[in-house]
Design a protein around this ligand. Structure first.
Ligand SMILES: [Zn+2]
Length: 336
């Protein structure tokens, strides 16, 4: 998409009259068009936001320099690599959802008691440093936003050693082809972005068991350190233990995959996707809506590349692989 980069930071007067733009402002027949235009412009500005536009004074709290009644809060900041965060905007004077991006991924907003809340994550493979969170919104008829520095810090998630049969490390040409074919399906599922948020409230644990291999851990497989950290959490549970959806969503992919075994991918909306691997049974079908904590979606197993029965549970936020436990904690008081 082509756009003209522009300076960012203080509120910009837009091309329409500066009439107050709240939904209560007696919209005329042209109002829906205005909404659509404003949303389009907001997206354009989000794309145009340049890194490092505004320097942080106090990480985690960012008042709008033009209007002290407006706040942008990023919590937490600094942020652990592999952790999720939220950005909160007071909704006073902001009637349309803000738009944003972080690490070349979109940030979607929804209403909470605090105002507008957006969620984003620091992918487990990111390096320490700072990355801009670009925000764009319209407040009282004026465009506002900017690029807010998020500091990323290293977290030591530990290391584990496992041994697996050679045939599963050195893949045969047929297995390589199979794994590549399955990766295409999985990548397509992970690219799903449905605009509506389907979930609310605190995420549940997907299975009644404890975690025996946590997120982020490096694996030494047959003596060789895998450069890719563990992108989910492993729950020690016996074959047949019921797995439940931690939140409401729609099943977007099921299958028996080389590495993940019997797997389920659930889309919770706004780029939030969870996954469940190594199942003995899949009890849902593609396209099915699943309710939070309702009927089991599958049963724990030991299918795919595993050393024993467990549930691998992963949480991706717009493609960023994040710690499921940290995400659950984040959701615990989001909607209260
Ligand atoms: Zn795992």
């Amino acid at each position: 998409m082509k756009h003209t980069p522009r300076a960012f930071g203080p509120a910009h007067r837009k091309d329409h009259p500066p009439a107050r733009s709240g939904l209560q402002a007696a919209p005329g027949p042209g109002f829906p068009i205005f909404v659509a235009l404003a949303a389009f412009l907001a997206v354009s500005w989000a794309l145009a936001a340049a890194p490092g536009g505004i320097q942080a004074q106090d990480p985690g709290f960012r008042p709008d320099p033009e209007n002290p009644a407006s706040e942008v809060r990023i919590v937490p900041n600094p942020l652990d690599i592999g952790a999720p965060a939220r950005v909160v905007l007071d909704d006073f004077g902001i009637t349309l959802p803000p738009t944003g991006s972080f690490d070349n991924r979109p940030v979607f907003f929804f209403r909470t008691k605090d105002g507008w809340t957006g969620l984003f994550g620091a992918d487990v493979m990111l390096k320490p440093g700072t990355l801009p969170l670009s925000l764009s919104y319209e407040k009282d008829g004026l465009a506002a936003g900017g690029a807010y520095d998020v500091t990323l810090k290293t977290k030591d998630y530990g290391e584990r050693s496992i041994n697996v049969p050679k045939s599963q490390v050195q893949l045969s040409p047929a297995d390589q082809e199979r794994a590549a074919r399955e990766k295409v399906l999985v990548d397509a599922a992970l690219a799903t972005v449905s605009p509506e948020r389907l979930w609310s409230g605190e995420f549940l644990e997907p299975v009644n068991a404890s975690i025996n291999s946590s997120f982020g851990r490096r694996t030494r497989m047959n003596g060789i350190l895998n450069p890719r950290p563990h992108a989910g959490a492993d729950y020690r549970a016996p074959v047949g233990a019921p797995v439940r959806a931690p939140a409401t969503g729609r099943v977007i992919l099921t299958g028996d995959h080389f590495f993940a075994g019997n797997s389920i991918y659930i889309d919770h909306g706004q780029g939030l996707i969870t996954m469940y691997f190594h199942l003995s049974e899949i009890l849902v079908t593609d396209g099915q809506m699943v309710e939070k904590g309702d009927e089991p979606i599958g049963l724990v197993g030991k299918t795919g590349r595993v050393t024993g029965a467990h549930l691998h549970y992963g949480v991706y936020l717009n493609g960023a692989r994040i710690d499921p436990s940290a995400f659950r904690k984040l959701t615990s008081n989001l909607d209260k």
